[in-house]
Design a binder for this molecule. Structure first.
Ligand code: TXD
Length: 328
């Protein structure tokens, strides 16, 4: 028989959305794999370490017959391959090494995220950027400043992960399906984050009506220490399955214009009394990125906790601003 000739690959890729994942490490590779499994887009995986994105992309490609997904996954060191991405997920960065100060880590990751953002913007001037690299609230601020994009197009992932952890603990505690559990965690991504039990529900019932104050407090504390709990087990490295899944939930909302209501790190200009910083707040997430920030009515205690969390973000961002890398 005669088989029709295969067309040029760039044309074949045209009809599917395109996602670039920068950083082919634990979170980046997991997010890429889940994106492919959900057939959300073709994927470009890019990393500075030669061979790693190529090897992981090929490995994922070879999983596709078994998993039954159609998606082109391409590993590269060349930003030209990322051209015209709809969504770019930035997970590139280094982890804190023994003897390294927080500021050294911050400085290194600001440089990395700045350089990555410049490259991304050059080839995908209309994309949405989803930042994952820590310290999250400062890195997403860096990406906004460097890209010159609108605030709707530069978003940070943290709240979906923190809320997923809280949902897990609530479902375990009450022995109910995670499908019926919702939770909201706001604020900066760190130990000052603000879990909101009043807005965390099981089938619409606030958990404050289902659990004692003491159990609610324990769940909130475990949520705030969720990242550290995994690090303590793994010893080297941090969580990546739940972070990868959280990234893909946001990616799906954007790529499919779902208008999900999810906690995102969004750039605030007056909302929640915050001006000029990123913070985790409920947002409507769709095709144009953060479409609306939703302002919840907060109790006095919740408001105070949020402003305490904000103070930690402001400290970090002041340091980032002082580096003055944005205009280099
Ligand atoms: O909720 C959240 N936002 C987070 C954030 C949840 C989990 C992880 N969080 C942070 O994401 C974590 O603290 C890190 O800052 C990033 C990525 O975590 P991951 O666990 O994936 O780290 P890895 O495995 O070290 O991967 C980082 C990759 C690695 O392959 C490096 O070679 C690459 O980043 N890297 C780069 N890629 C491209 N370009 C540059 N400049 C670069 N520098 C390093």
């Amino acid at each position: 028989m005669r088989w029709p000739e295969t067309g040029d690959e760039s044309k074949a890729m045209f009809h599917r959305k395109k996602v670039t994942v920068v950083g082919a490490g634990h979170v980046g590779a997991t997010a890429a794999f889940l994106t492919a499994q959900k057939e959300l887009a073709n994927i470009v995986l890019i990393d500075v370490v030669e061979g790693v994105p190529q090897g992981k992309a090929l490995d994922m490609h070879e999983a596709s017959p078994v998993q039954g997904y159609n998606a082109v996954i391409h590993g590269t060191q060349d930003y030209a391959d990322t051209a015209d991405s709809d969504l770019v997920i930035i997970t590139a960065g280094i982890a804190r090494k023994p003897g390294m100060s927080r500021n050294d880590l911050l400085s290194t990751n600001v440089k990395i995220v700045s350089e990555v953002t410049r490259n991304i913007v050059r080839y995908s001037p209309d994309c949405v950027i989803l930042v994952v690299t820590n310290p999250l609230d400062a890195m997403v601020y860096t990406a906004l400043r460097v890209s010159g994009f609108s605030k709707q197009h530069v978003i940070g992932m943290a709240g979906v992960l923190d809320s997923a952890r809280m949902r897990t603990f609530i479902a375990d505690e009450l022995d109910v399906s995670i499908e019926d559990v919702n939770a909201f965690v706001l604020g900066g991504h760190g130990d000052t984050m603000v879990p909101l039990p009043r807005y965390s529900t099981v089938a619409g019932i606030p958990i404050t009506e289902l659990l004692t104050q003491e159990r609610v407090r324990a769940i909130c504390e475990r949520t705030a220490n969720g990242g550290a709990e995994i690090v303590a087990c793994l010893k080297t490295g941090s969580a990546f399955y739940a972070p990868g899944a959280a990234v893909v939930e946001m990616a799906e909302a954007i790529l499919k214009d779902k208008k999900r209501i999810l906690p995102c790190a969004a750039y605030l200009e007056g909302e929640y009394g915050v001006d000029g910083y990123y913070m985790g707040v409920p947002c409507k997430l769709g095709g144009s990125g953060v479409e609306t920030v939703i302002e919840l009515d907060l109790s006095r205690a919740e408001e105070e906790a949020l402003h305490h969390s904000m103070a930690a973000v402001v400290e970090l961002v002041k340091i980032v601003d002082a580096f003055g890398y944005f205009h280099s």
